[in-house]
Design a protein around this ligand. Structure first.
Ligand SMILES: [Zn+2]
Length: 73
């Protein structure tokens, strides 16, 4: 899908700010290890990919609160 076809681009951008989009075609829930997106953080965490769901956390549990992401690393 082209981004120009999305009616609510602003919403998508806000979602993408705190989450990542993970396209997949699993028909059953699958656990997958993901790296934290915070610069300087090498933590990984397990997310469960749910059939039909594309939006998943972008940061490890420690960096999920915004104030922790603003700390110098
Ligand atoms: Zn992290």
């Amino acid at each position: 899908m082209l981004s120009g076809e999305l009616p609510a681009t602003g919403l998508v951008e806000r979602v993408a700010l705190g989450n990542r989009l993970v396209p997949h075609n699993y028909s059953v829930p699958v656990d997958r290890e993901m790296p934290c997106d915070h610069p300087g953080c090498s933590a990984t965490f397990v997310v469960r990919l749910i059939p039909g769901q594309l939006v998943y956390p972008r940061w490890c549990p420690f960096h999920r609160p915004r104030h922790r992401r603003n700390l110098p690393t």
